[in-house]
Design a protein around this ligand. Sequence first.
Ligand SMILES: C[S@@+](CC[C@H](N)C(=O)[O-])C[C@H]1O[C@@H](n2cnc3c(N)ncnc32)[C@H](O)[C@@H]1O
Length: 307
Amino acid sequence: MTHGEHSWMADIVLEERPDLLQRIERYRKRYPGRNVEAYIEKVKQDARLEQAKKHLKAQAKEHAPASRASCWAYAESSLQQGRYAEEYLKGNTYPFERMLHYLKTGSQLALYHSDFRVVNLPENSVDWIITDPPYPQKFLPLYRDLALFAQRVLRPGGGLLAMVGQSYLPEIFQLMSVEGLKYNWTLCYLTPGGQSPQLWQRKVNTFWKPILWFTKGENKRWIGDVVKSDVNDNDKTYHFWGQSVSGMTDLLQKVSYMGETILDPFMGGGATGAACLLHRRHFIGIEIEKDVFATAQERLTELQRAL
Ligand SMILES: C[S@@+](CC[C@H](N)C(=O)[O-])C[C@H]1O[C@@H](n2cnc3c(N)ncnc32)[C@H](O)[C@@H]1O
């Protein structure tokens, strides 16, 4: 799609927009002597964004079957926030295309009771891996396997976000350094509230954990690097090591778009999956333990049905 094909993208003509002229006039009066040119450009940019939001909403509505009313409501409120329109105006149509695809297909949920290392997912098929592997030392070898797996299944430009403990960070960085996967940044995951795990050996009360961000190929997304759960949302209903849906939601919404495919190869009780279903991302979950898998499967299939 090129901008030229879309009359709605024609530039803003101030003379045809008395509302914008009034806004500029108010600014002129309030701040006499200030250079008004920059403000005019801002007013025009706001108007372009509103135009784009309106256009995308109209287009998306056409793709949403009546049977998916709640899905459409989610899409509409996401479009209203402006992130999709901003990308579209920059010529990046990918986020909106993912949204349209989701509106057409509805949610896709694929769950595997397996060791992730033997699940044969297609190469380049996943947008994000968002996961929380086990932290104890004996599990360290899994981190290299995770990196190799990510390198294979992520699409170019996709990302791996792995929550990690701090005790073995130097080893983890070494293990996860594989060809084709590049370390990008560390995000801070805050779990505010009264409870904080105490690490006796290190003499630390911890209120946050690192999320290591690796990319396959070039990353094109800007994100804020602090993620947090709701206060005291230390939800262990579904897993002894479970994360909260509020925290996973914050992470998910920071990095991904509606309709993208998210994989959690250490699914546990399914907090990542629940956040994905609620926020209209496709989800693939893998869990090795039979009972843990059954709990997550029941949780997620019920949630999918309810949505
Ligand atoms: C820290 S827990 C994940 C908790 C999850 N984030 C939640 O909110 O419930 C890690 C999970 O990875 C699973 N696991 C460990 N090794 C695995 C493997 N090789 N393949 C798949 N799952 C594995 C464990 O059984 C455990 O349930």
